[in-house]
Design a protein around this ligand. Structure first.
Ligand code: ADP
Ligand code: ADP
Length: 230
């Protein structure tokens, strides 16, 4: 069963009298353990698609199905619960809480879910350790390098063992060398945990190394061969 099924998503925006058809029937199934790149030029609708998949926005028509459950008709409370329980988010800028340590930043979503402090700390330590941050647990975001901040954000996204990761340019703010290493760590976690991931990126070198590549083209998702990417 797909972790995420997008079925016929349609979304238009109105800017003054102008109507922009951003999504015109975007569909895809993403299976557990698949790292899927979302590519396309600026303005193609990648962020719009991620917002709809992440249940932050509703499409004009079409369905978002998470682990077999159609979220299209859900109210705000149910959407929030699906987001919290089934999804993890990684952004271009880490959005870590500045006054908390790396460990605490990874603990907080678990505490919100109702885990005990000791369980949350153990899980956070394990995840941060896997991401090479065992020596950085007590550092605050400002004391971490850009790559370390993004690794912490990845650990936070995975803290509650979601079925699906949605990421918008997760390495877009990093130099190429650091981006490469953070990306490798993310890819490794996707493949070892079996989480599904949809990752918007402009970086074709990284997209090429994912399991699948989807290009937003004329409002639809077109599967392209990773090795044929230019
Ligand atoms: P809709 O077509 O769904 O009614 P709105 O025009 O109400 O969309 O815009 C929703 C929000 O997005 C507004 O706060 C608006 O300022 C903002 N917005 C407008 N244009 C853009 C744009 N080109 N890119 C991103 N956000 C925009
Ligand atoms: P991408 O992430 O691929 O750059 P976006 O999803 O941000 O693309 O934007 C797709 C198109 O939709 C752009 O033309 C953008 O200006 C427009 N758009 C996005 N959000 C809004 C909004 N809230 N209101 C009006 N137009 C929007």
């Amino acid at each position: 069963q797909p972790a995420l099924r997008l079925d016929g998503l349609v979304r238009a925006f109105h800017q003054g009298t102008r109507r922009i058809d951003v999504l015109k029937g975007a569909s895809v199934d993403i299976l557990p353990g698949q790292a899927v790149a979302l590519v396309g030029p600026s303005g193609a609708g990648k962020s719009t698609l991620l917002h709809i998949a992440g249940l932050l926005e509703t499409p004009d028509s079409g369905h978002v199905i998470v682990n077999g459950r159609d979220c299209s008709g859900m109210g705000d409370a149910d959407r929030t619960r699906v987001r919290r329980v089934e999804m993890g988010f990684v952004y271009q800028f880490h959005q870590l809480l500045p006054e908390f340590s790396a460990l605490e930043n990874v603990m907080i979503p678990q505490l919100i879910r109702g885990r005990s402090k000791s369980q949350a700390a153990e899980r956070a330590r394990e995840l941060l350790g896997t991401l090479g941050l065992a020596e950085r647990l007590e550092h605050r975001p400002a004391q971490l390098s850009g790559g370390e901040q993004q690794r912490t954000a990845i650990a936070r996204a995975l803290a509650n063992s979601p079925r699906l990761i949605l990421a918008d340019e997760p390495t877009g703010n990093l130099d190429p060398y650091t981006a490469e290493h953070v990306f490798e760590a993310l890819l490794h976690l996707i493949h070892t945990t079996g989480v599904a991931a949809l990752i918007a990126t402009h970086n074709m070198d990284l997209a090429r190394r994912m399991d699948r590549v989807l290009r937003l083209e004329g409002g639809a998702l077109v599967e392209v061969q990773p090795l044929g990417l230019t």
